[in-house]
Design a protein around this ligand. Structure first.
Ligand SMILES: [Cu+2]
Length: 222
């Protein structure tokens, strides 16, 4: 059962241009804070909200490698943000077998059983959210958020964020909670004009339960 909690995320976005000394094309920063409110009360910990801009012109973001380890029957880290085209390595650092898989639309894969010390990799070709599980251990849960943008950041405990080096222009801005949905707005990055937007999104408190790769529930053989 999913329990929906209304949450409001207020993005205070300030467009600031930091003109480099050797003045090339104007590059700015988007800074601001995210304040998460659940049922009217401000959430003390506002970390973990992914904020990113879409459609920023220029060269496409460079994919980097990302690593999600299988360690002590957990995925480490549980949340990974990558740009499209990034290859994610899944090394097995445990002493026993795992079977990493995903049935999420942006990246369906089944890495099969593999042993301690082995590593398999997946290229994240499409943007979206990829839920990663192990077919043996239901407690192993990871998320990969694949973005088309290199202009992203994750809020800290205070909800503050900063995206640097943004060319001037108006862009869609997205705030995404891994445990909820996303809120969208637009932000104008200019030399002088600060912009303020308010977005609403729902935080979803849901029981972490999912099915195995073949769609059946996890049995008692764990
Ligand atoms: Cu496992």
């Amino acid at each position: 059962m999913q329990q929906l909690i209304r949450a409001i995320i207020v993005l205070g976005v300030l467009g600031v241009v930091i003109q480099p000394a050797d003045a090339g094309p104007a590059a700015g920063s988007v800074t601001g804070t995210v304040s998460v409110q659940v049922k009217g009360a401000a959430k003390p910990d506002r970390s973990g909200v992914v904020v990113y801009l879409e459609g920023v012109p220029g060269t496409p973001p460079k994919p980097k490698t990302a690593i999600i380890r299988q360690r002590e029957k957990q995925f480490d880290p549980p949340l990974t943000i990558v740009v499209r085209g990034t290859t994610v390595d899944f090394p097995n650092d445990d002493k026993f077998f795992h079977n990493v898989f995903s049935v999420s639309r942006p990246a369906r894969f089944d890495l099969g059983l593999y042993k301690s010390g082995a590593k398999k990799s997946v290229e994240m070709k499409r943007p979206g959210v990829v839920d990663v599980y192990c077919n043996i251990h239901p407690e192993m849960v990871a998320k990969v958020k694949v973005l088309d943008s290199a202009f992203y950041t994750i809020t800290d405990r205070t909800g503050a964020f900063k995206i640097e080096g943004v060319p001037e222009g108006e862009y869609p801005i997205v705030a995404w909670l891994p445990s909820g949905d996303e809120a969208r707005g637009k932000v104008k990055v200019t030399a002088s004009k600060p912009a303020m937007i308010q977005l609403e999104l729902a935080e979803v408190a849901k029981k972490a339960s999912h099915l195995r790769k073949d769609g059946t529930p996890y049995g008692r053989y764990k």
